[in-house]
Design a binder for this molecule. Structure first.
Ligand SMILES: [Zn+2]
Length: 339
């Protein structure tokens, strides 16, 4: 039996209580507990900004004071901006560590994404509720199984979620674990010691807490242009278990939220043919390879890799893209790379 301790804040107390009731009644591998909001005025969690490591060490300390063990997973909610300045990251949604890291099994979830104009008020509660339940399940999977987050977006609980649009896709799918033609998370989860219990919780969260009203709202959010939370970065839990201070996957490159990947892939393919025809020097031939990799990444809807390979392709490619009028690619390089 593994313990999972939720530390709510005033916004999330009711949701956490629901989550605990549902989770405790549908499986027997995990025992869920709720700790009341932290009232300590010296807590770093009352600050508007928080460095992730300061937060995680504080929670580790709080957990031992409450008499819990180091491998009891503690998930806390924080109402401010979570940062990892030493990695150049800000606006992280989630930061945490696996059991092999120090401190171990602590997860901090920033609720800042629920603020602002991103969500409509009347639906706030439902969306908050499901987004929080998703983040709790993702944390449990990454901490207590050998699965890791993946960069491709399938709407899976283990999507890396480097912007709000991809997180909305996860919500829209609803407690989804990707299939064997995707990253095979569902099958791989079943091979884990706690896989069955985690899947039970996915099903129960979906059945008991999922309503058609919620799905409608999420559809609207995903399709609409209300998503303006461009600078957000959703960190991953325990992405590199070997390095104790490397608890994030980096997200440095952002694509516009409304990018059309199929059009982008077509344009990259046209650009590739053109530069392939012209390439002579070894530098130019390498650029062809980078554009080809950018095209592959675009087909996988992996924005970070698209930008990374276009950056590596260099100015010759940019000039050619301008000349042949592949406007999406040209805009992308101009805006994102500052060419
Ligand atoms: Zn997956």
């Amino acid at each position: 039996m593994k313990n999972v301790i939720l530390v709510s804040d005033h916004k999330t107390e009711a949701v956490c209580r629901d989550a605990i009731n549902i989770a405790n009644s549908c499986q027997s591998d995990f025992s869920f507990y709720l700790l009341p909001p932290i009232k300590d005025i010296n807590s770093p969690l009352v600050k508007p900004f928080l460095e992730y490591d300061e937060g995680l060490y504080y929670l580790d300390n709080k957990r031992s004071k409450q008499g819990y063990e180091k491998d009891d997973l503690l998930i806390a909610f924080y109402n401010g901006e979570l940062r990892a300045s030493k990695f150049g990251l800000s606006n992280l949604f989630i930061a945490g560590t696996k059991s092999s890291e120090t401190p171990s099994c602590v997860v901090l979830i920033s609720l800042k994404y629920l603020d602002g104009n991103v969500l409509e008020d009347k639906y706030n509660y439902l969306i908050q509720k499901h987004s929080i339940l998703h983040l709790i399940l993702s944390s449990i999977i990454v901490v207590h199984t050998n699965l890791e987050t993946h960069n491709s977006s399938y709407g899976c609980l283990l999507d890396f979620n480097n912007n709000l649009a991809s997180f909305n896709r996860v919500l829209q799918k609803g407690y989804y674990l990707c299939s064997s033609i995707e990253n095979n998370c569902y099958e791989r989860l079943l091979n884990n010691r706690y896989g069955n219990s985690i899947i039970r919780m996915c099903i129960e969260f979906k059945n008991k807490a999922f309503s058609s009203e919620f799905q409608l709202t999420i559809n609207k959010l995903v399709m609409g242009d209300e998503n303006t939370f461009n600078n957000s970065q959703i960190g991953a839990v325990g992405s590199h278990a070997t390095a104790s201070n490397n608890t994030f996957q980096q997200v440095n490159n952002q694509l516009p939220l409304d990018i059309n990947f199929s059009e982008l892939s077509q344009q990259l393919s046209i650009l590739k043919s053109e530069i392939k025809r012209k390439a002579e020097t070894s530098e130019e031939l390498e650029a062809v390879l980078e554009v080809s990799k950018a095209e592959d990444a675009s087909k996988q809807q992996d924005g970070n890799q698209v930008i990374k390979h276009l950056k590596a392709a260099g100015t010759w490619v940019f000039t050619t893209a301008k000349d042949i009028g592949v406007d999406i690619v040209t805009d992308l390089i101009k805006k994102q790379i500052g060419a």
